[in-house]
Design a protein around this ligand. Structure first.
Ligand SMILES: C[S@@+](CC[C@H](N)C(=O)[O-])C[C@H]1O[C@@H](n2cnc3c(N)ncnc32)[C@H](O)[C@@H]1O
Length: 378
């Protein structure tokens, strides 16, 4: 395959962020795609795939469908997997792991199918080289995805390796940290123009603020990562990767006039956020974390965007949380006229107490929790 050939890829994302990923694809020069549930299919060159991995803020991973075939039973599956030229994909020195998604009346023991697939790959190497690559379930160099529906089998390669929300800057988290991909998605959905203030007054470990800082300064989402899955492939093109990285890094612009303000009532959270900020040194002058009650924050300009991921308090502290949402809404109404407020929460009763005009609502999932992301006009 030449570097100009296009291949199909599938970007996986979180519920509610499909259109945001589509927009990111357009910005990376890939206007055509197909949006499905939590996934976006597109065609790209190797260079574009590298660029997507380095730049995507709202995709979880990018998969490359590698092989497709039909099999009527385990033995046929084993034979067909063994026929595939695995040695062209990765070398003996690499570790690998297989995850699976099996929905089939033919293959009912998904764990066993996965094992058979692994055996076929190992046996192919052993027959060819009298040696075998090792399996590493926890931290593999090569991640394979086995997808079976009925008799139709597909093997996909994870081009990203570690999930793309693992940006490399967040080493400290509180008990309810927000996924980085979700934080970037909330910012994108809010319509923040990157020319006016961005405030997170319940910042916890600082994810929304740091993602906002990276967006503001065009710092690629993968800037602080040290590795991607495709680094371990036989066809990894180091020069092409350097070109992609240099071209993306050339767009970084740290001379921004605006500041991102983030605060939290808990000193512990602010310390954590500051410690995470030390891992993104470029943003030191752009983001300011401080201890402050969200009910006392003051506006410094006439417009901007406030985004919060407040406590949900669905089981305990229900009443306290409801009062917090209401009072916070009242405070924003009084002090932040002209601003936009975005709130992510699973607590719809508390959301309904915010006394501001709702302008948009998105259905999201924060981990396993069904949430609403509501945008208000203050
Ligand atoms: C769900 S956590 C936010 C997590 C954060 N988005 C992150 O990425 O780590 C909610 C935060 O709201 C803060 N909080 C609750 N009440 C507050 C108040 N009145 N003023 C400021 N912060 C508050 C908590 O201390 C907690 O850190």
């Amino acid at each position: 395959m030449s570097k100009y050939d296009k291949h199909k890829y599938i970007a996986k994302t979180l519920k509610g962020l499909e259109q945001v990923v589509k927009q990111e694809l357009i910005e990376l020069g890939i206007p055509k795609c197909r949006v499905t549930n939590r996934a976006i299919e597109f065609h790209a060159t190797k260079e574009q795939m590298y660029a997507c991995n380095y730049n995507f803020r709202t995709a979880i991973s990018i998969l490359k469908p590698m092989f497709a075939f039909t099999a009527k039973d385990e033995n046929e599956l084993y034979d067909k997997v063994k026929e595939l030229e695995w040695e062209k994909i990765f070398g003996l020195d690499k570790t690998f792991a297989i995850s699976h998604s099996v929905n089939s009346t033919v293959f009912t023991h998904s764990q066993y199918i996965s094992l058979k697939t692994k055996d076929a790959i190992v046996d192919r190497f052993r027959d060819k080289f009298n040696d075998r690559p090792n399996v590493d379930a926890k931290d593999p160099d090569i991640k394979l995805n086995l997808y079976i529906r009925g008799e139709k089998c597909q093997i996909l390669l994870d081009t990203s390796g570690d999930a793309l929300f693992k940006r490399g800057y967040r080493l400290e988290t509180n008990s309810a940290p927000l996924n980085e991909v979700m934080a970037a998605g909330l910012l994108a959905l809010s319509g923040w123009d990157k020319n006016s203030a961005l405030i997170d007054p319940m910042c916890g470990s600082g994810t929304i603020a740091i993602e906002a800082g990276m967006m503001l300064c065009n710092i690629p989402a993968g800037h602080y990562r040290t590795t991607f899955g495709f680094f371990n492939w036989e066809d990894f093109d180091q020069d092409l990767w350097k070109k992609v990285r240099n071209e993306s890094n050339a767009k970084i612009d740290l001379e921004k006039g605006i500041k991102i303000q983030a605060s939290d009532l808990a000193m512990r959270s602010v310390r954590m956020a500051q410690s995470n900020l030390r891992n993104t040194p470029e943003l030191n002058r752009i983001i300011r974390f401080k201890v402050e009650d969200a009910l006392e924050i003051q506006a410094s300009g006439s417009s901007g965007t406030i985004i919060i991921n407040p406590p949900y308090g669905e089981r305990i502290y229900k009443d306290e949380v409801a009062i917090l949402y209401q009072r916070f809404g009242e405070h924003i109404k009084k002090e932040f006229e002209g601003y936009k407020l975005g709130v992510l929460s699973s607590n719809t009763e508390a959301l309904n107490l915010i006394p501001l005009e709702k302008i948009e609502e998105f259905d999201m999932m924060n981990g396993s929790i069904d949430c609403k992301y509501q945008l208000f006009k203050a």
